[in-house]
Design a protein around this ligand. Structure first.
Ligand SMILES: NC(=O)c1ccc[n+]([C@@H]2O[C@H](COP(=O)([O-])OP(=O)(O)OC[C@H]3O[C@@H](n4cnc5c(N)ncnc54)[C@H](O)[C@@H]3O)[C@@H](O)[C@H]2O)c1
Length: 447
């Protein structure tokens, strides 16, 4: 390992830059600052930088009071100026990796961040890609841009590594400080130096032999979740037909102390990982004349769940003599998981689009998401912006059916069950609650 960088890491004087201050980058930048490294956050959005510099956080897992002391002391600085990377020793790239409408990888953010670093790259710097992506991105996309623009050579003049981010927003137990990290460098030295830096944050670090192994590790983790969620989603639909409660079955199965891990059905998958990452892998697999049918089947099964939820809505309404095309529907929860404000790729979007296409009047309530954009993606529909309505007696009185998509904990579900005629519950939050509403629980015997 390069002694000067190694010494700086040991003495916590290495200057760290984190590029992209979102759900991943902001907690990471704060974690480095807390670990006493002089840290700089580099963000393209001037609005986000202004919010942070005014002492506020836009990420639930980062509290204002946590951030302020580090901003005030200058241990953490935030900027839009790429020139800052010249003075840094280690640079982490945490920018988005979405997919296109045809589900192919969109690496434009990785490319633009790398192009921002390349002309400013200095000898002995460490570059670590953290964005989730397909195996090969670090060496096939990032490395050539860095080398071409800088005239420096990875492995000889600078260190290059991939370390996947495993953060789980809203998880009170596992954070950037205790979740083990995986890292794979282009060379043994790059792995060692990156691992040494990551270890200074406190969490264990597991070293693998290459960036591609680290990239694949992240995709295995997320594909594992996608496949298991798909399996239980399929079993949930079977359970409905067989009048068995899948939630009860999963609870029973998880009493087995080995060989089983519980996954729960739901209205679909959302967020920045599970709906997207499997597509990165299956796209790349085709380059090797390989078709990941299993992974695609899982994605297809999960993406069919919003359609199933809408069928449950239509079925419930029809049993009350109401057609879906003239119903007033209230969607409860549009965040992709409980108790957070992140609504990216939420299954609520497809559910609302499908309900609108079938003629329903749709409103939504989400205590964490004040506005929600729907459409403009599939179906070539027009984009509309919805605003969360309050859960008042009047709103509930005018609602024909409530569809629970996200089971936030700060919602009065008992009130729903007494003030509406019909509830479709896709996340089992009404189990054991008593009320007058007819309830259709996904994966449970239907009335
Ligand atoms: N959110 C999660 O739970 C999670 C978990 C693990 C891994 N990941 C992965 O981490 C990566 C980042 O995800 P995220 O959720 O933090 O995304 P995000 O959208 O919340 O944040 C990314 C930030 O990068 C900024 N940005 C974009 N291009 C930039 C550029 N060229 N220079 C500087 N800043 C730029 C954006 O403005 C944004 O603030 C993705 O690859 C994602 O798949 C996310």
């Amino acid at each position: 390992m390069n002694t000067s960088l190694s010494d700086k890491i040991t003495h916590r004087t290495a200057q760290v830059a984190v590029i992209g201050l979102g759900y991943v980058g902001l907690p990471l930048a704060l974690a480095f600052a807390k670990a006493e490294f002089p840290t700089v956050g580099l963000e393209i959005s001037e609005e986000k930088v202004a919010i942070l510099n005014s002492g506020h956080s836009y990420i639930e897992d980062v509290k204002d009071e946590e951030l302020i002391p580090y901003l005030q002391s200058g241990r953490l600085r935030v900027t839009t100026d790429y020139d800052i990377v010249r003075a840094c020793d280690a640079i982490f790239i945490c920018v988005p990796t979405p997919y296109t409408i045809q589900r192919t990888p969109d690496l434009s953010f990785i490319v633009s961040a790398t192009e921002g670093i390349a002309p400013r790259l200095q000898p002995q710097q460490l570059i670590v890609l953290q964005s989730t992506t397909y195996p090969g991105t670090t060496t096939e996309i990032v490395q050539p841009i860095l080398e071409r623009e800088s005239g420096l050579k990875a492995g000889r003049d600078f260190y290059l590594a991939f370390s996947p981010e495993r953060i789980d927003p809203g998880n009170p137990q596992w954070s950037a400080y205790n979740t083990p990290k995986v890292v794979g460098g282009l060379t043994y030295e790059a792995t060692t130096v990156a691992a040494a830096l990551l270890r200074q944050m406190g969490a264990p670090v597991y070293e693998v032999s290459s960036p591609a192994a680290a990239e694949m590790t992240k995709l295995l983790e997320n594909t594992f979740r996608s496949v298991n969620i798909a399996l239980v989603n399929e079993m949930a639909q079977l359970a409905e037909r067989m009048s068995i409660d899948i939630w009860e079955v999963v609870d029973a199965a998880k009493t087995k102390p080995f060989g089983f891990m519980p996954f729960h059905p739901g209205p679909g998958v959302g967020g920045h990982c599970i709906p997207i990452d499997p597509y990165y892998l299956l796209w790349k697999a085709r380059e090797y004349d390989f078709y990941t049918r299993f992974i695609e089947l899982a994605a297809e099964t999960n993406e069919a769940m919003p359609y199933h939820v809408v069928e449950l809505v239509a079925q419930g309404l029809s049993s009350l003599g109401k057609p879906l095309h003239s119903a007033r529907v209230l969607v409860l929860g549009v965040a992709f998981k409980p108790d957070i404000s992140d609504a990216r790729n939420s299954p609520a979007e497809r559910i609302i689009e499908l309900l609108l296409r079938r003629g329903a009047e749709v409103h939504y309530h989400d205590p964490f998401v004040p506005t929600f954009r729907v459409g403009g993606n599939v179906f070539h529909s027009e984009q509309i912006m919805l605003t969360s309505v309050a859960l008042t007696d009047d709103v509930l009185a005018e609602t024909d059916v409530v569809v629970i998509v996200t089971g936030h904990h700060n919602v009065d579900y008992c009130k729903l069950l007494t003030q509406t005629a019909l509830v479709v519950d896709s996340c089992n939050v009404t189990k054991k609650l008593i009320g007058t509403a007819q309830i259709l629980r996904l994966g449970a015997p239907l009335p």
